[in-house]
Design a protein around this ligand. Structure first.
Ligand SMILES: [Zn+2]
Length: 67
């Protein structure tokens, strides 16, 4: 019976995934007109061209912090 409930929650969890990008500490980065990870030209609102770049940037940040 819980299965039907988890399917109903599916759209919310993908929204949560988008929100968590901000929660990861990336919200502190200022848009600079280019992707912070691969430097691809962007508009002045976005910080990364896609989610992969955001995640890779974060992964590298964590690697630097641990080193
Ligand atoms: Zn990028």
């Amino acid at each position: 019976m819980n299965d039907a409930k988890s399917i109903a929650n599916e759209p919310q969890s993908s929204l949560q995934a988008l929100v968590s990008t901000v929660d990861l500490g990336l919200g502190a980065l200022k848009p600079k007109g280019a992707c912070w990870y691969c430097n691809a030209p962007l508009d002045n609102v976005r910080r990364f061209c896609n989610k992969e770049c955001a995640e890779d940037y974060r992964t590298e940040e964590e690697t630097f912090r641990q080193a």
